[in-house]
Design a protein around this ligand. Structure first.
Ligand SMILES: [Zn+2]
Length: 445
């Protein structure tokens, strides 16, 4: 028998359990994942890995489950600085009388950079490695995500009124083009169009977005059918429900990332399935703002790609994808009156590969497979809260808290190591959050 020389790799992560997400429903015991140049090159039993590779670094976590990094498919992360600033109010009052006036006073590059930095630290500590961002100043967001090695798709906002980001339709589109051009070839950052909502964007602007999204091959990230009021208002103003109106404008297709979708007819569910629309379920925001319930089981049964998002911290009030996914799973069952619906594996899939697919990132991330980027999360299951370990994925979805996240890598680079943030100044981030609390309080006085 000939002895072959071991292959080099940068990192070998050994875990008690590897949950690759693809293939579906699989838990690999005592396996290892080999990483080279930021990419997963092999997933194999630990003993075989030790024989085959000569890794520069070995991380051994026999008590942990290794999962793909969680994908937060809908967030407004600069708003992390508005956590708890206005609670217990209906959506319209919350937005128009509280959030928008505060934003009017503080919004700008500094607010966006600081809010995103705080959000990145919170997301990393909760096992999230990728987010679909939707806010003003996408140029600043992109630079901040890049600085900390975080994967993101930043939304290029379009809304029918002037903001600190742009004053006119022409300016919104011009700035969108500039940000897209700047980041078009980046390995971590990409862009999407982000028209705010059907009730704040005109037919002409939606048509313009449709044309540009086709030309530039970009997704369209949109709040849609969030409340019954939105649907009624559209019927009054346009004589159509928002989905029918968007279909008339050519936007109901596989580029569309439709967020919320709490008001859906059977026909609309089937239209979304047929056209390849992805739906982002944001259960905690919908519950807190009493917006309604996304029929996640019915969408899943119809074949619609489902993703999970926290929405902004001002309506959640955290960026905890473990908590969000648990809420999504148990709420889906109640709404469908089916305890067997939306099982734990399906929930984990929505929180990883479903989000990646919605964002057009499924060739890069969302599962632990050779050829994909090494966006990986180690979750410690040895704590008494997740014992005894009868079923790994059941524990991950129904019992695990985000504080059990131990290690996080993005593109093979460590971002959290034994719960310590890597290359982020925790003391500085906390001091900065405190000074923003004082500044925002001064606006409210
Ligand atoms: Zn939102």
């Amino acid at each position: 028998m000939t002895q072959t020389a071991p292959e080099s790799c940068d990192l070998l992560i050994e875990a008690g359990f590897v949950v690759p997400v693809e293939p579906h429903g699989v838990v690999l015991e005592d396996h290892a994942v080999a990483v080279r140049d930021g990419e997963i090159i092999a997933v194999l039993p630990r003993a075989e890995a030790r024989a085959r590779f000569d890794p520069a670094e070995i991380v051994s976590r026999p008590e942990a489950a290794l999962i793909p990094g969680l994908v937060n498919a809908h967030a407004h992360n600069p708003m992390t600085l508005l956590r708890g600033v206005a609670d217990d109010l209906p959506l319209k009052v919350w937005l128009q009388e509280h959030i928008w006036p505060i934003e009017g006073a503080v919004i700008g590059p500094e607010f966006v950079a600081d809010g995103v930095t705080l959000a990145i630290a919170e997301m990393l500590r909760g096992g999230t490695t990728c987010c679909n961002e939707n806010y003003f100043f996408p140029d600043v967001q992109a630079a901040t995500y890049k600085r900390y090695g975080f994967r993101a798709r930043v939304g290029l906002p379009v809304i029918d009124f002037p903001t600190a980001w742009a004053k006119s339709d022409d300016e919104y589109f011009a700035r969108a083009g500039e940000v897209h051009d700047q980041w078009r070839d980046d390995a971590l950052i990409a862009t999407a169009f982000a028209p705010h909502a059907p009730y704040t964007v005109s037919d002409a602007n939606f048509e313009h977005i449709r044309m540009l999204a086709d030309q530039l091959d970009l997704p369209v990230h949109l709040h849609l059918h969030e409340t019954a009021q939105e649907v009624a208002q559209s019927q009054q103003k346009h004589g159509q429900r928002p989905i029918a109106r968007l279909d008339r404008l050519g936007l109901i297709n596989d580029r569309l990332i439709a967020v919320h979708m709490t008001q859906l007819t059977e026909a609309e569910i089937h239209l979304c399935a047929e056209r390849g629309v992805s739906v982002v379920h944001c259960p905690e925001s919908n519950l807190k703002l009493a917006s309604g319930f996304c029929p996640a089981c019915a969408l899943q049964k119809a074949g619609v790609n489902l993703a999970i998002g926290t929405d902004g911290v001002a309506s959640n009030n955290d960026l905890d994808m473990f908590g969000e996914t648990r809420t999504a799973a148990i709420l889906a069952k109640a709404v469908a009156d089916d305890a067997a619906g939306f099982d734990a594996f399906s929930a984990l899939r929505a929180a990883t590969l479903g989000g990646a697919k919605a964002m057009g990132f499924d060739h890069l991330v969302g599962s632990i497979e050779p050829g994909k980027q090494a966006d990986l999360v180690c979750v410690d299951l040895s704590a008494l809260e997740t014992q005894p370990l009868h079923h790994v994925v059941s524990q991950l979805i129904y019992a695990t808290g985000r504080h059990q996240v131990g290690d996080v890598w993005i593109a093979g680079k460590p971002r959290l190591a034994r719960r310590e943030l890597v290359d982020m100044d925790m003391t500085g981030i906390l001091a900065n959050a405190r000074q923003w609390q004082a500044r925002i309080a001064a606006v409210l006085r």
